[in-house]
Each structure stands twice: as structure tokens, then as C-alpha cells.
Design a protein around this ligand. Sequence first.
Ligand code: NAD
Length: 250
Amino acid sequence: MGEFDDRVALVTGGASGIGWATCLAFAERGARVAVADIDEPGGRTTVEQIEALGGEARFFAVDVTDEMQVRAMVDEVIGHFGGLHMAYNNAGVEGQRVRLHETTTDHWRKVMSVNVDGIFFCMKYELAHMVEHGGGSIVNASSTFGLAGGAGGPYPASKHAVVGLTKSVALDYAEDGIRANSVHPGAIETPMIERLRIDPVLGEALAGMHPMGRMGLPEEVAEAVVWLCSDAASFVTGHTMVIDGGNLAR
Ligand code: NAD
């Protein structure tokens, strides 16, 4: 028996990086996994990997910036699996590392629409189901840049917004049996970080930013997400869980 044998987990951004690792971690513990992403080939690969391990998963195409697509996706997940108990709202994009006066309005809107609107839309429709069906657990993807400044432009603003959204939901839904927490990774070895490392100055800064002397692995964030969703975390809500090799401890 896996600890999530009777449960359904939804992961947005499940085609890549931290979302991919979290899909596998949920499946390893027995959850049926809804892999949601704008990247269809990548998402289908995650599903195939879960099935190869003997798990159950299905791909759902979604652009989280489009409210109607998110609504349809959550409906389809519930229609297919018969419920929704855990959600990791992870889909996100990196910002450009430029100072605010150099940030274009288009770039601002793009980052905010994926990283903030996307989490709002996902939680809105996940919560509607969880309120009616006895509760659930939600984890949202923030960053160490959700707790401290840096990284230029809109990215830290978007990740700070995730904290406010998550804490408000934690309070508003505490009596509905719904827990909401955020995770705050440092630099984690994913395709997102690979894209940022193309800038040699930034690449060196990322490598040296953690007291542990290395970057994190997507599996190390996945473990935190899975724990926050589990019954072991039954009294944990509104929490900002930092997974950063000690960076913010300085
Ligand atoms: P990644 O780029 O490897 O994966 C992100 C996934 O989100 C991709 O599969 C992508 O297709 C999907 N996605 C992007 N826009 C989407 C949209 N509009 N609709 C649906 N799916 C969309 O990134 P990652 O490093 O795994 O990051 C995952 C999350 O963790 C992000 O929210 C990111 O901001 C956060 N984070 C990452 C790091 C890091 O160092 N990698 C650190 C802190 C926080």
C-alpha cells in the first residue's frame, strides 16, 4: 500500500524539471497523477515514465494563463479520475535579469500572467471542488525570490504574490479541511536554470549562491511538496517552506 493509494494529484508544469520530479514522487507513493502542461510531448513523456513504473497518470493540455482552459482542465481531471485531493501549482517562467527601468511592460505581463494569474486560476477551480468534497491539500511554487529581493524585474514580484495568495487561502479555507502551503526553492538543476546559466555572470552567481556548495535537485523539492501534501503535514498550512541549501539562512 502506498500512502496516496486512494488519492489523485494534479501537477501543473509536469512536463519538466521540478514538476516532472513531483509527478514521479506522487506516483511512487500510489497517487493517480494528472500531468498538466502547455508542453504536450514533454507531458506525455512524464505519463509514459509513470506508466513504465507501474503507476497511473494522464496528460492534460493547458495554458495556465487562460482561465477557461484551466477550468476545463480541472473539470477533465476530476471527470477522468473521479476526484482531486492534492494539487501542486508549479507551472512558471523565469524573468529576464534586468533592472526594473529596463523591464518591458510585455515582459512584466508575461511573467505575472504565468506565475500569478496561473496560480490564481488553478486554485480557484481546485478549491471549488475541494470545498464541496471534504478538503484537500494545495502547494504553490514560489522561490527564495518570493521571500527576498533580487533576480531583477517581475520574477521576485510574482513569487512574493504567490506567498500572499497562499497564506490568504490557508486562512480562508482552514475550516474546510483544505491546507495551502508554498515552496521556496533556491537554484535547482532544471531546464529553467540551464536557460539562465547561458549568461556566464549569472551562471557563476547561481553556482556559488548556496552554502552547501551545490545546486539543488528537482527530486529534493519534490520530496518537500509530497510531504506538505501528506497526512504527516496535517497541521501545516500557510507555511513558506524553504529548500535552498541554507542560502536564506545567511
Ligand atoms: P522548467 O522550465 O523546467 O519547467 C516549467 C514547466 O512549466 C514546463 O514544463 C513548462 O512547459 C510549464 N509551463 C510554462 N508556462 C506554462 C503555461 N503557461 N501553462 C502551462 N504550463 C506552463 O522550470 P522549473 O525549474 O522546473 O520550475 C518550476 C517552478 O519552480 C517554477 O514556478 C519556477 O519559477 C519555480 N522555481 C524554480 C527554481 C529553479 O531553480 N529551477 C527555483 C525557484 C523556483
